[in-house]
Design a protein around this ligand. Sequence first.
Ligand SMILES: Nc1ncnc2c1ncn2[C@@H]1O[C@H](COP(=O)(O)OP(=O)(O)OP(=O)(O)O)[C@@H](O)[C@H]1O
Ligand SMILES: [Mg+2]
Length: 289
Amino acid sequence: MSATTTNTAVVEVQDLNKSFGDNHVLRGIDTTVREGEVVCVIGPSGSGKSTFLRCINLLEEPSSGSVRVGGEEVTDPDCDIDAIRRNMGMVFQQFNLFPHLSVLENCTIAQTTVLKRSKSEAQATARANLEKVGLSEKADAYPAQLSGGQQQRVAIARALSMDPQLMLFDEPTSALDPELVGDVLSVMRRLASEGMTMMVVTHEMAFARDVADRVIFMDGGVIVEEGSPERVIGDPQEERTRTFLQRVLDPTHVDPGAEDAAYDKRHHDSESAADNFVKPQDTHGHYGH
Ligand SMILES: Nc1ncnc2c1ncn2[C@@H]1O[C@H](COP(=O)(O)OP(=O)(O)OP(=O)(O)O)[C@@H](O)[C@H]1O
Ligand SMILES: [Mg+2]
């Protein structure tokens, strides 16, 4: 538990099940996320991580079980799901900004239409959040004029401008060029240190290790293992967790010995081929000249 975590439960999930037709995707998920806690969800593709987050903000309707957010049962037909959703910011892999609106307008539109804030109040809130993500000077730019990492930080500022109690992130850096990942992660790191309650689906193991209070490893629609990052990533108890971590920590996904041998062979063979190929080009300049 981090310094910012309190005992108040923000999300309580009990025996959550979700099926798409006869595909039983979530098979009895139980967990509680406390105020100020940062929970990273890891696991292989298709294990149900996105579906789990989407059931929390009712982008998907759970098939059975209970999901409470801020004490409200989101599956209760009488609950005000719009009010509950307003309390949760969600950031996806794709940034989903409005292309025809400026950065500032992207961050104010839901404030004025949904929260009924005045334009000046909405703009003040938006500017404060753009400052927080390091993009004050881009307020008047349009999304197409920004890098992917900047767009994703706008998406975070937009979500924060609704003053959410909880932030859900679904692989927020997966669509980014590697050199842009760090800026987004550092914004998330700062949010976490300021006490934001966060659930983060991620493949960034270094981030999970550093920032998470708790790591949940999912496979086949169940929580296989959960605990501190030191335990789940550093010293996994379950074979499935170990296999997964070996794969993500070794991005070649194959026996490293075999890969090294294959690489050496390719490298060696292509070196002599490249010598023959490149030299005339060096002498005569670029193609076509
Ligand atoms: N809207 C949908 N309709 C039908 N099946 C779906 C739908 N959304 C997800 N699924 C199925 O549910 C399973 C879990 O998908 P989910 O997207 O939750 O996995 P994930 O862990 O987020 O994977 P990834 O790491 O690839 O994002 C998959 O078998 C997927 O095909
Ligand atoms: Mg997913």
